[in-house]
Design a protein around this ligand. Sequence first.
Ligand SMILES: *[C@@H]1O[C@H](CO)[C@@H](O)[C@H](O)[C@H]1NC(C)=O
Ligand SMILES: *[C@@H]1O[C@H](CO)[C@@H](O)[C@H](O)[C@H]1NC(C)=O
Ligand SMILES: *[C@@H]1O[C@H](CO)[C@@H](O)[C@H](O)[C@H]1NC(C)=O
Ligand SMILES: *[C@@H]1O[C@H](CO)[C@@H](O)[C@H](O)[C@H]1NC(C)=O
Ligand SMILES: *[C@@H]1O[C@H](CO)[C@@H](O)[C@H](O)[C@H]1NC(C)=O
Ligand SMILES: *[C@@H]1O[C@H](CO)[C@@H](O)[C@H](O)[C@H]1NC(C)=O
Ligand SMILES: *[C@@H]1O[C@H](CO)[C@@H](O)[C@H](O)[C@H]1NC(C)=O
Ligand SMILES: *[C@@H]1O[C@H](CO)[C@@H](O)[C@H](O)[C@H]1NC(C)=O
Ligand SMILES: *[C@@H]1O[C@H](CO)[C@@H](O)[C@H](O)[C@H]1NC(C)=O
Ligand SMILES: *[C@@H]1O[C@H](CO)[C@@H](O)[C@H](O)[C@H]1NC(C)=O
Ligand SMILES: *[C@@H]1O[C@H](CO)[C@@H](O)[C@H](O)[C@H]1NC(C)=O
Ligand SMILES: *[C@@H]1O[C@H](CO)[C@@H](O)[C@H](O)[C@H]1NC(C)=O
Length: 397
Amino acid sequence: MNKKHIQAIACLVGAVFVILGIILHFLVPSILHKKIMEALVLVNMSDSEVFSAWVEHPVPIYMKFYLFNVTNPQDILINSSKPTLQEMGPYTFREYRQKVDIQFSDDGETVSYKLHKRFDYLPNQSNGSLMDNVTVLNVPFMAMAMETEGKLNLAEMMILPQIIKIYKATPFVTKTVDELLFKGYKDNLIMYLESQSGKKILPNGTFGFFYERNDTYDDYSVSTGKKDLKSYLEIHKWNNKSSLGWWNSKYCNMINGTDGAGFSPFLKQNKKIYMFIDELCRSIYLDYEKIHYKSGIKIHRYVLSPSLFKSPDIKPENKCYCNKTKKCLKSGAFDISPCHKGTPVVLSLPHFYQGDDSYNNAVIGLNRSENRHRSILDLEPDVKKIPRNGISSYVDG
Ligand SMILES: *[C@@H]1O[C@H](CO)[C@@H](O)[C@H](O)[C@H]1NC(C)=O
Ligand SMILES: *[C@@H]1O[C@H](CO)[C@@H](O)[C@H](O)[C@H]1NC(C)=O
Ligand SMILES: *[C@@H]1O[C@H](CO)[C@@H](O)[C@H](O)[C@H]1NC(C)=O
Ligand SMILES: *[C@@H]1O[C@H](CO)[C@@H](O)[C@H](O)[C@H]1NC(C)=O
Ligand SMILES: *[C@@H]1O[C@H](CO)[C@@H](O)[C@H](O)[C@H]1NC(C)=O
Ligand SMILES: *[C@@H]1O[C@H](CO)[C@@H](O)[C@H](O)[C@H]1NC(C)=O
Ligand SMILES: *[C@@H]1O[C@H](CO)[C@@H](O)[C@H](O)[C@H]1NC(C)=O
Ligand SMILES: *[C@@H]1O[C@H](CO)[C@@H](O)[C@H](O)[C@H]1NC(C)=O
Ligand SMILES: *[C@@H]1O[C@H](CO)[C@@H](O)[C@H](O)[C@H]1NC(C)=O
Ligand SMILES: *[C@@H]1O[C@H](CO)[C@@H](O)[C@H](O)[C@H]1NC(C)=O
Ligand SMILES: *[C@@H]1O[C@H](CO)[C@@H](O)[C@H](O)[C@H]1NC(C)=O
Ligand SMILES: *[C@@H]1O[C@H](CO)[C@@H](O)[C@H](O)[C@H]1NC(C)=O
């Protein structure tokens, strides 16, 4: 397997997710009419509709996963052929978000809480089963290969092939969808290495893209809007930190905007919308696109900014997301390993949408399309009639 292909496939690990697509296609509460602005401020009132809608998101959030089956693993390894990919899915999960342990600051300007996230599988809205077998790049194996590259002494290098053979470690593995996402799978080689070195490489020796991401509690502290509705729901702290710490500058480490489930009523047209998405390990922004109408209702459309995942050659401000000791990735791929305990996971938009052509050309079976792969957010600027629960939503996709 030549190096170029390894890189290309490593990036595909990222393509496994359409995280951005998923997250931004979810439903976003509309902006409320000016008249009820005061009612927006979060206060300690269990009978307030705004408050209860905030505590538990009234509209369902769906996460759709698409996985790419590598159909020619042997051919890649033996003949250095291009990987051929077959898209599988969607495997649809409902995400429940509930805020617990809610505490208002004494002045009522901030509120802190734990965000409980839980995912339930929805077989009826999925195409396939969690027991489907998918052949993918073996991420723990690649992690080890990258970690040990150039670090082994001669003796270690000589026994490595044997260890790999004994533990049946291969660059590709066939696992069920369940194992790849939430359940995780144990990797024998990693367990062996952990027992030898006494170092934890993966949590519980287990790898899954969403392993330990179900049934979690994250700490948040956000603005209630009491002082200034412009900063309504903006995050002050996430897990007790006011900046992220795993990137290389103050700018990249910023925790900006809201969690994407609600926005200030004072969003200006032509202005960016900021949000912090913990799965992406960073703050992102959307650009204003246009006004359009849906069932006669005026909608402002925002799109995920094409600048976000551009290489620093094109967008110098993205340089602080690169690892100083490695080369920056090309446009369209985003390395989130620093916030995944070093496991090499790279994100991309679906099908390397807006990515460098070399990624797309390195594999067979991807087909990017603006219609299917871009991420949009529709917000309703004026609500003529106040919806019953104070919040109405739009799904787009
Ligand atoms: C996935 O690819 C493997 C070969 O790596 C193949 O045997 C299997 O049939 C494919 N799965 C599906 C669902 O097509
Ligand atoms: C490798 O290439 C040769 C010649 O093109 C072909 O006959 C063989 O089937 C390929 N190997 C695999 C595992 O596909
Ligand atoms: C369901 O998945 C199969 C491949 O696994 C694909 O051929 C088919 O187009 C998918 N159907 C839908 C509706 O996405
Ligand atoms: C709301 O106020 C009541 C008493 O007025 C108090 O018992 C309750 O803990 C407060 N709730 C929150 C979330 O601060
Ligand atoms: C997530 O955890 C909940 C509660 O423990 C469980 O009911 C649910 O099936 C889990 N979801 C997945 C995808 O494992
Ligand atoms: C899923 O589909 C089955 C049969 O079509 C139906 O009985 C069931 O109620 C559906 N479940 C959900 C959660 O919609
Ligand atoms: C996946 O592979 C396992 C073991 O090879 C097999 O038992 C199972 O039936 C397969 N699942 C499907 C959906 O084909
Ligand atoms: C670790 O894996 C074992 C199964 O091999 C499981 O029983 C245990 O609950 C796991 N521990 C954690 C902390 O997930
Ligand atoms: C944040 O601080 C609170 C209170 O000191 C503590 O209970 C919680 O565990 C901390 N959360 C994290 C993720 O460190
Ligand atoms: C965070 O927001 C500020 C403006 O409030 C902006 O200047 C900065 O570029 C944003 N940072 C990121 C990483 O998006
Ligand atoms: C940069 O990459 C090196 C080598 O892979 C790694 O050891 C280091 O932890 C990385 N630095 C950051 C900040 O992720
Ligand atoms: C790519 O997708 C478009 C529709 O978006 C379709 O017309 C075209 O045939 C597809 N091309 C390939 C090679 O699958």
